[in-house]
Design a protein around this ligand. Structure first.
Ligand code: FAD
Length: 293
């Protein structure tokens, strides 16, 4: 049996980012990935002489001091990003409309009002609601740490009543509430490809964070997304960790309510501190086997 400080299940961006930060902190980390390539949804494959990233068309938070920039600084790696054309980060084409989504929430609002003046009221309600929710999510995250809650955190909750009232809303609930036409509903759901779900199944709060994040910056790594993923993998390996590809996690052993080991590709591995799963939560639970149960 091999022992590491931390064991990470899955080499998607979530698992790799956690592994890179822990490696930077001097911890011995092992990442187990079932695919033969790292990056999860964001892996890159070759076809002929071309390389394709399986999903990303752009990412946000790459500007100075933003999350990706902070992360890269933390692991002491440098990646150059290109910014997308600020006049059109997404182009939404429906049978009735051909609409360019610009960078910046204010720009988007102005362009929507210009192109669909008959729906001014609904557009303003939509833009205000997304802006409000995003702001409340941000402030809530600053105010209350879920991992270190104090009794007096409860006193802060009335401030977030609006966010709380929207916790079960879908994007469709908002559309219905503000009376947006089906034509504009289709345009504003155009960036929802990331969820591969219809508006009736998209959590409104998730949608608010996604479109707000995108509106504040749309970047792509200058030397392809593969370079971004490989840079993170390299920081783990040169820091003494391992990223084992083609190594599916088959079993997560639980004893007395705690994970005690995993089996990957037939071999047993143990973590001294913590096991972190980047797998789908449902799959993670399915792989867990409790010796007491
Ligand atoms: C079509 C599409 C387009 C998108 N476009 C964008 C975009 O343009 N911009 C953007 O910011 N976001 C985009 N996203 C979202 C983004 O890709 C995801 O949020 C992100 O990649 C999720 O990373 P993750 O690490 O959480 O999960 P994943 O990438 O899903 O990583 C999970 C990893 O676990 C591995 N795994 C699964 N089972 C096992 C097992 N038994 N043992 C070991 N490993 C296992 C998987 O192979 C995978 O590598 C898009 C998503 C999709 C689906």
């Amino acid at each position: 049996m091999k022992v590491f400080d931390y064991i990470i299940l899955g080499a998607g961006l979530g698992g790799l980012a956690a592994a890179a930060c822990l490696t930077k902190q001097g911890k011995k980390v092992a990442v187990f990935e079932k695919h033969y390539l790292p990056g999860g949804c964001c892996h890159t494959f070759d076809y002929g002489e071309y390389s394709f990233c399986a999903d990303v068309h752009y990412i946000s938070q790459c500007g100075a001091g933003e999350a990706i920039d902070q992360f890269l600084n933390y692991i002491e790696r440098n990646i150059s990003f290109n910014s997308l054309n600020s006049d059109c980060i997404d182009r939404i084409i429906t049978p009735e409309v051909d609409f360019n989504i610009p960078l910046g929430w204010g720009h988007l609002r102005r362009r929507l009002l210009r192109d669909f003046p008959q729906e001014a009221q609904a557009i303003n309600l939509y833009c205000d609601e997304i802006e409000d929710l995003r702001q409340q999510v941000y402030e809530f995250g600053q105010d209350v740490n879920w991992y270190n809650r104090k009794w007096h955190d409860w006193l802060k909750l009335p401030k977030y009543l609006h966010l709380f009232s929207r916790r079960n809303w879908t994007l469709q609930d908002l559309y219905d509430h503000i009376g947006l036409s089906p034509k504009l509903q289709a345009v504003l759901a155009g960036q929802s490809g990331d969820y591969a779900l219809p508006p009736s199944e998209i959590a409104l709060v998730t949608h608010a964070c996604l479109v707000w994040g995108y509106s504040n910056g749309a970047y792509y790594p200058k030397y392809h997304f593969r370079h971004f993923v490989n840079t993170i993998v390299d920081s783990i390996i040169t820091g003494g960790g391992i990223v084992k590809l083609s190594t599916p996690v088959e079993h997560i052993q639980v004893d007395e309510g705690k994970v005690t080991s995993i089996i990957a590709d037939g071999k047993v591995y143990q973590a001294t501190y913590v096991y972190i799963s980047d797998l789908d939560p449902k799959l993670t639970l399915e792989l867990m086997h409790d010796s007491q149960a």
